[in-house]
Design a binder for this molecule. Structure first.
Ligand SMILES: Cc1cc2nc3c(=O)[nH]c(=O)nc-3n(C[C@H](O)[C@H](O)[C@H](O)COP(=O)(O)OP(=O)(O)OC[C@H]3O[C@@H](n4cnc5c(N)ncnc54)[C@H](O)[C@@H]3O)c2cc1C
Length: 329
């Protein structure tokens, strides 16, 4: 698709996640008329931290997204801890990303960056016409050739271009004849967050102040990845463990768990990290899957673009939203 056309296109974006909003803002800035269709009755985000290296942060800057309002913690270090006692094994300074690559290495709370993307797409004045958000519009059928989308609520929309950004379980992807194979991974993951006040009260304030992504383990499946976000008010952890432990098979990102379950999964972990776990909030768990890689497919004639920005975290194998956004746009 040409990045700028003399005749602005009427674009439909399916999905108001990070990918759909990024696509909507980029298209808005190129003067296109964008409507975003979201299946839920709100365009919200859940989750924990999300890091945006300069490959993604530079797009946020270019699009005029208020990065400061998304309360990033600028990452400066990678710290590796001994699994059992938390001793620091290695500390790598990341150097000055801004000087080297043009922007900082930002770590956001997903909710904070999603909120700012919503503003840039639908609220703020700026280059390009404001996008329109249609909630309660679950796409159920796409006629790519005609540029028509049908929704569960009985409505229908037409567009010059359809951007399918409906997530890892994309329906539109299948409608375009792309059916990636899934395979259960040997990893499962918990994610949790904890507030800075609690950490201070527990004597764990260094977890907030290091401006670091910190790891415990990581050479096998067991791995904890911790990082601060939200101006240092929140610390988030991703905790990976072998799937054979509980053979979780339910699908979804929102299966609740408890501190007790977390502690039972990692009995021999650093006692300080276990103290964090005992006091953690908003604990969710999910089974990781391998997804067959899907190459980006731009169908000029079919007028549909699958954004391919889904990401599945399978241990160390990851496709990140921001780098994929860069490839896509
Ligand atoms: C543990 C973990 C850590 C991660 N860390 C990072 C990181 O540090 N940096 C990074 O860049 N990425 C990271 N990612 C990846 C990133 O979170 C995802 O790539 C990104 O959120 C995907 O965004 P999306 O918009 O494609 O999908 P989603 O966020 O799933 O959004 C899809 C949207 O489409 C809507 N939708 C679905 N079906 C329909 C339909 N039929 N009709 C209308 N609407 C529909 C959904 O309701 C939803 O709002 C991480 C992911 C995980 C799991």
């Amino acid at each position: 698709m040409p990045s700028r056309t003399d005749t602005p296109l009427n674009v439909a974006v399916i999905g108001a996640g990070l990918g759909g909003l990024a696509a909507a803002i980029a298209l808005r800035r190129q003067q296109h008329h964008v409507t975003v269709y979201e299946r839920h009755d709100f365009a919200g985000e859940v989750g924990a931290s999300l890091s945006a290296a300069p490959n993604g942060s530079k797009f946020l800057e270019r699009w005029g997204v208020d990065i400061a309002a998304a309360k990033p913690v600028i990452l400066k270090n990678l710290i590796m801890h001994e699994w059992k006692d938390g001793k620091v094994l290695n500390e790598f300074g990341l150097g000055d990303y801004k000087a080297k690559f043009g922007t900082d290495y930002n770590n956001f709370h997903r909710i904070d960056i999603h909120k700012q993307l919503l503003k840039s797409a639908f609220e703020e004045p700026g280059e390009g016409p404001k996008c329109i958000l249609e909630i309660n519009h679950k796409a159920i059928e796409i006629d790519a050739e005609a540029g028509v989308i049908r929704f569960e609520n009985g409505q229908k929309a037409t567009a010059d271009l359809i951007v399918a950004a409906d997530g890892i379980r994309s329906l539109t992807r299948e409608q375009m004849g792309i059916t990636p194979q899934f395979e259960m991974s040997t990893s499962c993951c918990y994610r949790c967050i904890i507030g800075a006040d609690k950490l201070r009260a527990l004597g764990l304030e260094d977890y907030i102040n290091n401006q670091a992504i910190e790891y415990w383990g990581g050479f096998g499946i067991n791995k904890i990845v911790m990082s601060p976000c939200s101006d240092g008010d929140v610390v988030s952890c991703y905790c990976f463990y072998p799937s054979e432990y509980n053979n979780l098979r339910d699908d979804g990102w929102n299966i609740s768990s408890s501190p007790q379950q977390l502690l039972a999964t990692f009995p021999d972990l650093d006692p300080r990290m276990r103290t964090l776990m005992a006091n953690a909030e908003d604990i969710k768990m999910w089974r990781c899957k391998y997804i067959q890689s899907v190459s980006l497919r731009v169908e000029r004639e079919l007028r549909t673009q699958y954004t391919a920005i889904n990401h599945i975290h399978t241990g160390l194998k990851a496709r990140y939203a921001f780098s994929a956004t860069q490839r896509t746009l």
